[in-house]
Design a binder for this molecule. Structure first.
Ligand SMILES: NC(=O)c1ccc[n+]([C@@H]2O[C@H](COP(=O)([O-])OP(=O)(O)OC[C@H]3O[C@@H](n4cnc5c(N)ncnc54)[C@H](OP(=O)(O)O)[C@@H]3O)[C@@H](O)[C@H]2O)c1
Length: 286
């Protein structure tokens, strides 16, 4: 293995050298938590693929406006909308705004999420509730409004063969336990069965529900895990593919899962994690 590393410099992530295919042309989307990191790049990728996008944010209007500008540069329409995804009234208002701006909705990306870490026996009820409320209740509230709208709208085969698509941004911690982050892992484990149960219920309506489970992706949420050389090198012990992921890579996966190219896929989780879920401790034979 050492010889291999000496011979080959392992490349970082690259932008694929291919033309952007407008696989979402004419579609309308809401992306939650789209003012930063993964959500921002998902929104931009979906916009570049031809969809109009509501850019949801909680506090960072600047980040939301940057995403809007990127989409407008490619000829798409996008609007920022401030809403706390854990607040029912604000979520309902966001879906009403999408209807007002676009007339309908085809895609929801449930991305908004946060961490409030603490050793388990020191975790406060506020830390527990905030994480569960944003990461899990938020996905419930947004998915419920999306399903109502998809059902009401039905299928327009000129736009998509499905009545609607929901993508839940989960995490490798929907299967990997995470000491010191029990509220976060519990929320993502919850997202996994929320996603599958909704997928089962709405599949006969031709509504598809899937999840993307990112591994370590370079965003502000996990800054301390990659910002120094030492931290990065420690992180690599957990990643068989030996590099961190970039938010654009989640964006490309989301476009595919939202497009008709993945029409027969529902109720599944796509791990975009450089092999983090492959028991990296066994990499050298165990
Ligand atoms: N980065 C990773 O390695 C990684 C790995 C696995 C899973 N994930 C998941 O990916 C998602 C995005 O994470 P990220 O790394 O991109 O984090 P990030 O850069 O911190 O972005 C989080 C986004 O969520 C928004 N948000 C937070 N609370 C909200 C609320 N109550 N209502 C609406 N929006 C809210 C933030 O909005 P404001 O900035 O406007 O407040 C921001 O746009 C999360 O669900 C996270 O759990 C990330």
């Amino acid at each position: 293995m050492k010889d291999y590393y000496q011979k080959n410099k392992l490349p970082e992530a690259v932008q694929p050298n291919c033309p952007i295919v407008q696989s979402l042309k004419g579609q309308k989307a809401i992306v939650t938590g789209a003012s930063s990191g993964i959500g921002k790049e998902i929104a931009i990728a979906i916009g570049k693929a031809g969809a109009d996008v509501i850019i949801n944010y909680a506090s960072s209007i600047k980040g939301a406006e940057e995403a809007v500008k990127e989409i407008e540069k490619c000829g798409g329409k996008a609007f920022p909308f401030k809403a706390d995804v854990s607040n029912e009234e604000e979520v309902v208002a966001m879906f009403e705004e999408a209807k007002k701006q676009f007339g309908s909705l085809d895609i929801l990306v449930n991305n908004a999420g946060l961490q409030k870490d603490a050793p388990f026996d020191e975790m406060t009820i506020e830390q527990w509730d905030r994480v569960i409320n944003v990461n899990l209740r938020g996905q419930f509230l947004c998915s419920r409004e999306a399903v109502k709208e998809f059902k009401n709208k039905g299928i327009n085969p000129n736009i998509s063969c499905a009545a609607g698509k929901i993508i839940c941004v989960s995490s490798v911690h929907d299967v990997i336990p995470w000491a010191g982050h029990v509220n976060y892992a519990a929320s993502k484990g919850g997202v996994s069965l929320l996603m599958k149960s909704v997928a089962q219920e709405v599949a006969p309506l031709r509504i598809r529900v899937n999840a993307i489970a990112p591994g370590a992706i370079r965003t502000p949420i996990n800054h301390e895990a990659w910002a120094t050389e030492e931290a990065y090198s420690d992180l690599m012990k957990l990643i068989p593919y030996k590099r961190i992921g970039e938010p654009e890579e989640i964006g490309r996966a989301a476009v595919w899962l939202a497009s008709d190219d993945s029409d027969y896929i529902t109720g599944t989780t796509l791990y975009v994690d450089g092999g983090m879920t492959l028991y990296p401790g066994f990499e050298t034979g165990g």
